[in-house]
Design a protein around this ligand. Structure first.
Ligand code: AMP
Length: 229
C-alpha cells in the first residue's frame, strides 16, 4: 500500500464513473480491498447470471453482446438485493452502476430507505481513442472472470488464466464495433456526471497512466474527508 488507509469512521458508498474500459473493474477491486468493503459490479453480476444459464442470464445476453444497456429495473433489483443482504455494512464500491440518471435516483431512494447515502462519486477520465485501444486488448478468464490486457497486463502463458488455468477469451462486447456502440451509450448518459456534480459529490481523476498511479489518485479522492470538495 502506498499510503495508509485513514481511520475515518464513515459509510464509504463510492460510485465509480467512467467509460467502458477506463479500468473501473480493476481499480474497484483494489479500492474494495483497501477499505475492506465489497465491489458491486452489475456487469459481473449479469455475466454470472449468464454463466449459470439462469432466466435472467438468457434475457440479458443479446442486449449485453450488442453493447447496449439492460433495463434499469433489472440492475436496480440486483443492487437492491445486495443492499438488503448486509454485505455492504461499512460501504461498497459501485462499479458500472448507476449508468443512468434513473438508476442514480433509484440508488438514492434505496439508500435513503436504509438511512444511508452516496459518500462520493469519482469519475475516471479516459479519452475515447484510448478507450478503444484498451478494450480491444482486454481478455477475460472464461472461468473466474479475472481480466488481463494483451499489452499492459498479459498472463504468464498466452490465453491461459494465471489464477485458475481457465481459457482467456475476448468479451463479445469488446470487439471494436461494439466498443464504439458502448462509447456512444456512455456519452448519451453524460447527465449522470452532472447529477453527482449537482450534489457536490463528484471528483474527477485522470485515468491515464500506470495502474498504481491511477489507483493512488483514486484512493486520495476517496479518502478525502469531504470538507475539501
Ligand atoms: P460492464 O462490465 O460494466 O462494462 O457491463 C457489461 C454490460 O452489462 C453493459 O454493456 C450492459 O449491457 C450491462 N450492464 C452492466 N451494468 C449495467 C447498468 N448499470 N445498467 C444497464 N446495463 C448494465
Amino acid at each position: 500500500m502506498p499510503f495508509a488507509v485513514p481511520k475515518v469512521d464513515r459509510d464509504r458508498l463510492v460510485v465509480l464513473l467512467g467509460p467502458p474500459g477506463a479500468g473501473k473493474g480493476t481499480q474497484a477491486k483494489r479500492l474494495a480491498q483497501r477499505y475492506g468493503i465489497p465491489q458491486l459490479s452489475t456487469g459481473d453480476m449479469l455475466r454470472d447470471a449468464r454463466a449459470k444459464g439462469s432466466e435472467l442470464g438468457k434475457r440479458v445476453a443479446a442486449v449485453m453482446d450488442a453493447g447496449h444497456l439492460v433495463s434499469d429495473d433489472i440492475v436496480i433489483a440486483l443492487i437492491e438485493e445486495k443492499l438488503a443482504d448486509g454485505s455492504t455494512k461499512g460501504g461498497a464500491i459501485f462499479d458500472g452502476f448507476p449508468r443512468t440518471v434513473a438508476q442514480a435516483e433509484a440508488l438514492d431512494a434505496m439508500l435513503t430507505r436504509h438511512g444511508r447515502h452516496v459518500d462520493r462519486a469519482v469519475l475516471m477520465y479516459v479519452p475515447d481513442d484510448e478507450v478503444v485501444r484498451r478494450n480491444s486488448g482486454r481478455r477475460m478468464c472464461s472461468k473466474c472472470q479475472r481480466t488481463y490486457h494483451v499489452e499492459f497486463s498479459p498472463p504468464k502463458v498466452a490465453d491461459v488464466c494465471d489464477a485458475c488455468g481457465g481459457e482467456l477469451i475476448q468479451r463479445a462486447d469488446d470487439r471494436p464495433e461494439k466498443i464504439r456502440a458502448r462509447l456512444e451509450v456512455y456519452h448519451r448518459e453524460a447527465p449522470l456526471v452532472g447529477y453527482y456534480e449537482g450534489k457536490k459529490l463528484l471528483r474527477r481523476v485522470d485515468g491515464i497512466g500506470l495502474l498504481d498511479d491511477v489507483y493512488d489518485r483514486l484512493a486520495r479522492a476517496v479518502d478525502g474527508n469531504g470538507d475539501d470538495r
